[in-house]
Design a binder for this molecule. Structure first.
Ligand SMILES: [Zn+2]
Length: 260
């Protein structure tokens, strides 16, 4: 991913690993410098008094330096800044992976239990938003608050659906949760809290049913075992023998489920 992008040849001046290459252009000394797998465009400028590294939008690395700074000093500077550079590159990767925000145009797809339903905008209907005949139908006057309407719709469905799954598993898993609360849990799918309440992110209802069911079983197992100990996973496995596949799916694809 990011390493592919950084490794892509940008010019014929690309040096071999660890090397550097210079030429004069427009009176500026241009140079490329490679340190480990990081490749920098070096820009020497008489106006600069100090060295600086910039991570461009596309992940390109630019090292700016005063004219007199030699390769050894550039390398030392890069090595000192290496942690910062990797942090920045990781941030760029994460941002580029982020699912684009919804615009609520007709035809746009919205997930519900793992299936995508297209949006249809209507002049008039009895409620602001509903799922009918395989379409999410959004009333036009609800458009400015479309995101809130979707979150409320998902939250209501999630509470009903997740409560039913909890009921399916409660005797089998020998737990007595107080009930289900659905809210925005940030990066977590679920948690269990004081008084044996089970909390789920409203986005859980966007997951395929079998994956959302795993989230339920996972949280219910926490009512016995607060931490991810071997005893915890054993309990999950007893309730859901193929949990590992579902867990792997969630780890790999869960991030793509974002997006409203
Ligand atoms: Zn857990």
């Amino acid at each position: 991913m990011s390493s592919d992008r950084r490794a892509a040849p940008r010019s014929l001046l690309t040096p071999t690993a660890g090397g550097s290459h210079e030429l004069m252009r427009d009176g500026l000394k241009l140079q490329e410098l490679t340190v480990d797998e990081l490749r920098f465009n070096v820009r020497h400028s008489a106006r600069r008094k100090t060295m600086q590294i910039t991570v461009e939008r596309d992940g390109e690395l630019v090292l700016s330096a005063p004219p007199e700074v030699g390769e050894a000093a550039l390398r030392t500077f890069v090595l000192e800044k290496r942690f910062w550079i990797y942090t920045k590159l990781a941030e760029k990767d994460r941002l580029q992976r982020e699912v684009p925000r919804k615009t609520f145009v007709s035809g746009e797809g919205f997930l519900y239990l793992g299936r995508s339903y297209r949006l249809k905008r209507l002049d008039d209907q009895d409620v602001p938003l509903k799922l009918a005949a395989g379409r999410f139908c959004l009333r036009l006057d609800a458009l400015p608050a479309a995101r809130e309407h979707f979150i409320r719709w998902y939250g209501e469905r999630a509470r009903v659906w997740l409560s039913a799954r909890v009921a399916d598993y409660r005797s089998r898993m020998e737990v007595a949760p107080a009930g289900v609360k659905v809210q925005d849990l940030g990066f977590r799918w679920g948690s269990c809290g004081k008084g044996d309440w089970l909390y789920f992110h409203w986005k859980t209802i966007l997951l395929p049913a079998r994956i959302a069911e795993y989230v339920v079983v996972h949280e219910m197992a926490h009512l016995h075992e607060p931490h991810h100990t071997p005893a915890f996973w054993l309990r999950v496995e007893r309730a859901m023998p193929d949990y590992a596949q579902r867990r792997a799916w969630l780890a790999e694809h869960g991030i793509d489920v974002e997006g409203l």
